[in-house]
Design a binder for this molecule. Structure first.
Ligand code: C5P
Length: 241
């Protein structure tokens, strides 16, 4: 029996037609799809509902960051849409994260449906040390990532998004039952694009990632399904160990 694929495909496209065509072509190979602010802002809840009705697992990557009451309302709305995973910024604080998790559980209980996993973004990978200092954070990036991951766990969240070079640190800090969702997946020979620190899928899983967010190596391939199958085979080999 093969494990469900840990690969979540980033649907970084602009149209519903492109998103649905990609999802239709990859169904059964990958573990789910990520819809970010670009697609959501143009196509929104209608597309999410369409995909959920087709049975797809959706990670709604909108990185909520607001006062606790507002974030709770947004997470409740995402829960009503039927998404499988949703995220918030850990820098929104303990109360905001607790409110997010409570809203997911309460809204799911009302439906009744499964509550989405609620995960946190720690430090955006676009930050370097000077940029972090500009916003008043003088800790080393790794320390800030560790602090925010521990805070997310304390708030009862299900995991964090982490770049390949942060996986081991977070696994060490938060233990085996905390989900780590990792973008920046590239095989040797892939175009890195704007990703600076990358790891091949198998190595990211070996390092402790739970899910891998993969965009261009799949959606930019001439044959997305074949590309996804290659990446999933690499994952299954590690998961079978
Ligand atoms: O195309 P690529 O595989 O680089 O896509 C990675 C996806 O993960 C994109 O949707 C990107 O926005 C997202 N992401 C990322 N790095 C982060 C957080 C999210 O690449 N630190």
């Amino acid at each position: 029996m093969m494990a469900p694929s840990p690969v979540l495909v980033a649907l970084d496209v602009d149209t519903v037609e492109d998103a649905l065509a990609l999802a239709d072509g990859l169904r059964g190979v990958v573990g789910g799809y990520k819809i970010g602010s670009r697609l959501f802002t143009s196509r929104g809840p209608t597309l999410v509902r369409q995909m959920v009705e087709r049975g797809d697992r959706l990670f709604l990557d909108l990185k909520f960051h607001d006062i606790p009451n507002t974030v709770a309302g947004a997470v409740a709305a995402a829960t009503r849409l039927g998404v499988w995973m949703v995220n918030v910024h850990a820098s929104g604080g303990l109360d905001m994260m607790r409110a997010a998790k409570a809203a997911a559980l309460e809204e799911a209980h009302k439906a009744p449906t499964a509550a989405p996993l609620v995960i946190a973004v720690t430090v955006l990978t676009s930050f370097d040390q000077p940029a972090l200092a500009d916003v008043g954070v003088t800790s080393a990036i790794a320390d800030q990532v560790q602090r925010l991951a521990a805070l997310a766990q304390k708030a009862g969240l299900d995991g964090v998004v982490a770049s390949p070079h942060e996986i081991a640190l977070i696994r060490g800090t938060c233990g085996p039952d905390f989900a780590i969702v990792t973008p920046g997946i590239r095989s040797a020979g892939d175009q890195k694009g704007d990703q600076k620190r990358t790891l091949p899928a198998g190595q990211a899983l070996s390092a402790g990632a739970s899910y891998l967010v993969v965009g261009r190596p799949i959606i930019g391939d001439a044959n997305p399904r074949a590309a996804a199958e290659r990446i999933d085979r690499e994952c299954q080999a590690v998961l079978a160990q």
